[in-house]
Design a binder for this molecule. Structure first.
Ligand code: ADP
Length: 373
């Protein structure tokens, strides 16, 4: 049986391992927390730092193939492992580009892939030379994750808030919609494209955010989004799964925001709502099998379950039983012992025919289901 490893042991790794159970594969996870969400679902768990060269090299050396669930890993070790014949998906070269937002934006520019206009900033002082870019969004070259490396700079007064590190300063886009298109490339056959997901924001339902798939967008917008996602993946030239995040602006233009070279939050609904899930697809790539069918089975709305404000400590799932009684709700809890405000603790996928009903139901769940301590 093939031995396949995952760098990182969070919820993405956990859901990957759930899908791995359907295949002949021996699974390995490297993570520096023995209680992480993926630790108990793999065959072999290694405690160690995914950023450390020797640790990653030693972990990978025993494997046939290796993937990631987070970008912040030691890419030099992956490059060496590739040279020694380990299949690394995404490739080290693709990962190197994506891992650094400066290189990532330069890649889009070089490939003529539409993206928000930007300049590269070396440090905070250099921001003052680019007031013409304001309002803008400053993004750390390395080290940002889940919005933490992103700072909005509205006017020159805001420049004091800027990061003092190499970063991208990008023009603020008037966003009409945020989309994600997940593309799976095996390197053998034509890539598979999942239907676009829309990151929605509901003004009346108290800042409810949810994801809707397939996205409610004109056909031309979908075509543009899919074409751009394909350009990104072709340009990166690596097998693997890629979530391309896009903006639709107020003129209907579609821009690439960023790419994740791994399974992604915007694809969690595919576990139930697509014939082949994003996790299933990645195993097919890693193990050299034909790609699956990315088509949707039904319309879905996905809600992230995050720790409620004001509660830190051992997680308690208030209202869980009511949600479990709902016939079209699929509950995923990530097995994290401790909650804190905003921490991703799970997700709920709702499936049905009527978008409005699903969105209404999501709002109701948001009110009755909470993670407290
Ligand atoms: P992260 O990698 O931390 O998720 P993103 O680059 O995706 O960071 O930015 C986080 C969010 O900030 C985006 O989802 C979007 O809502 C907003 N954002 C990012 N870039 C821009 C931009 N150029 N104009 C307007 N909003 C932006």
């Amino acid at each position: 049986m093939q031995k396949v490893g995952i760098l990182g042991g969070g919820q993405l790794g956990r859901m990957l391992l759930q899908a791995a159970a359907n295949y002949p594969v021996i699974t390995y996870v490297l993570e520096n927390d023995a209680e992480c969400p993926a630790a108990h679902l793999c065959h072999h768990f290694t405690l160690g730092d995914i950023k450390d060269y020797d640790t990653v090299y030693r972990f990978g050396k025993q494997l046939d193939a290796l993937t990631i669930e987070i970008e912040a890993v030691n890419v030099d070790a992956l490059e060496q492992l590739e040279k020694e014949g380990v299949r690394v998906y995404p490739s080290s070269s693709a990962l190197r580009i994506i891992k650094n937002k400066i290189l990532q934006k330069a890649f889009y520019k070089e490939k003529e892939i539409p993206t928000a206009p930007f300049v590269v900033i070396e440090n905070k002082a250099a921001l003052a030379n680019h007031v013409d870019m304001l309002p803008a969004v400053q993004k750390l070259g390395e080290g940002g994750y889940d919005g933490r490396g992103v700072q909005i700079l509205k006017d020159s007064y805001d420049l004091r808030l800027g990061f003092d590190a190499p970063s991208v300063l990008e023009k603020m886009v008037t966003i009409k919609k945020e989309l994600s298109v997940i593309v799976v490339s095996s390197g053998q056959e034509e890539p598979a494209i999942f239907p676009a997901t829309e990151m929605a924001f509901h003004p009346e339902l108290n800042l409810l955010d949810y994801q809707l798939c397939p996205a409610e967008i004109p056909r031309e917008t979908l075509w543009k989004a899919e074409a751009l996602a394909m350009m990104v993946v072709k340009g990166l030239g690596s097998p693997g799964i890629f979530a391309v995040e896009l903006f639709v602006d107020n003129r209907g233009d579609v821009l690439v925001n960023e790419t994740a070279p791994r399974v992604h939050n915007s694809g969690h609904h595919t576990i139930e709502a697509a014939y082949s899930s994003q996790f299933d697809m990645l195993w097919r790539v890693l193990l050299g099998y034909p790609l699956g069918n990315p088509a949707p089975i039904q319309t879905s709305v996905l809600l992230n379950v995050v720790g409620a404000e004001g509660y830190s400590g051992d997680a308690i799932y208030e209202g869980l039983e009511e949600v479990l009684k709902m016939e079209n709700a699929f509950v995923h809890l990530y097995g994290k012992k401790k909650t804190k405000p905003g921490r991703k603790m799970g997700h709920i996928t709702l499936m049905g025919k009527d978008r409005q009903e699903l969105i209404y139901q999501a709002g109701a769940i948001k009110k009755l289901f909470r993670v407290i301590a």
